[in-house]
Design a protein around this ligand. Structure first.
Ligand SMILES: Cc1cc2nc3c(=O)[nH]c(=O)nc-3n(C[C@H](O)[C@H](O)[C@H](O)COP(=O)(O)O)c2cc1C
Length: 258
């Protein structure tokens, strides 16, 4: 094996954290790391049969976020090995892992392992709070080691079956968007620069174009002045129902190709 490439969409860093915990346990030299949330128009790496890629995405409404899909579709696997991961906020991952695996197969990757892991919910942080935690990190590390052992064993990979249905569920548009506090905003444009949907106007970063916003929370995460957040009555009401419905702890699930 030549080396490891990370390709992930991570708006608020939990997906990146999970992918790296797996990669670290695999013990391969890292070639390249791409966060699609930073630059989905970036030049993508070329793969050869001996390369290994960890391809990870958060779950949005039971599916993959659109910018992640658009980038993953542009990859050419050329028989390289892929580890497919989704990270979700303790509600459910529905069809997202199946969707990711289907995209990777179509792109010509050999899938070594596939898993769904839990991170703090980026819209409702009272769900999945502080995850991935110690127990999640040890599951991620176990998954990484198992992927490495399977790669070292080398014989052909059988298809992995994961939960999910095709046609995939229709993703619902999340009716909540981060708002900007104009008193705190210093117009530095970090949010506009980092928004993966181009929803924030550089000339007036106070305003978000909600028709473009994918509610990923990247603008909240990158704002040094804590000027952006979810707020308002609708957010409070939906949050209350959401927290009471989805707080029961879910555990990581993963499979290795036979
Ligand atoms: C728009 C949106 C939709 C989401 N939909 C789901 C979902 O369907 N199921 C779930 O369990 N978590 C859902 N989440 C939570 C994220 O999957 C979770 O917080 C993930 O860890 C975020 O990854 P990141 O920190 O790398 O951005 C959603 C988050 C956002 C922003």
């Amino acid at each position: 094996m030549k080396g490891l490439t990370y390709i992930y969409f991570s708006a608020t860093t939990t997906t990146a954290q999970c992918a790296k915990a797996v990669g670290k346990a695999m013990g391969l030299p890292v070639n390249r790391e791409i966060n699609i949330a930073d630059n989905h128009a970036t030049e993508l790496p070329f793969f050869e049969p001996d390369d290994v890629a960890i391809i990870a995405s958060p779950v949005y409404s039971g599916r993959l976020p659109e910018p992640a899909v658009n980038t993953i579709k542009r990859l050419r696997g050329k028989g390289a090995y892929a580890i497919a991961m989704v990270v979700y906020g303790n509600r459910d991952y529905d069809d997202a892992l199946l969707e990711l695996m289907d995209l990777l197969k179509k792109s010509g990757f050999n899938i070594v392992g596939a898993g769904a892991f839990i991170g703090q919910h980026s819209i409702f942080p009272k769900v999945g709070t502080h995850r991935p935690d110690k127990s999640d990190l040890s599951a991620l590390s176990e998954f990484g080691q198992a992927c490495r052992e399977r790669l070292d064993a080398g014989y052909p990979f059988k298809e992995i079956e994961v939960k999910g249905n095709f046609p995939y569920k229709n993703p619902i548009d999340v009716p909540l968007h981060p708002k900007c506090n104009s008193q705190k905003c210093k117009r530095c444009n970090a949010c506009a620069d980092k928004c993966p949907a181009g929803a924030i106007d550089r000339d007036n970063p106070i305003m978000t174009d909600n028709s473009k916003c994918i509610s990923c929370g990247r603008c909240i995460y990158v704002c040094t002045y804590k000027a952006r957040d979810y707020s308002g009555v609708k957010y409070a009401l939906i949050g209350k129902v959401f927290v009471s419905a989805y707080s029961k702890r879910k555990e990581p699930e993963w499979k290795i190709a036979e």
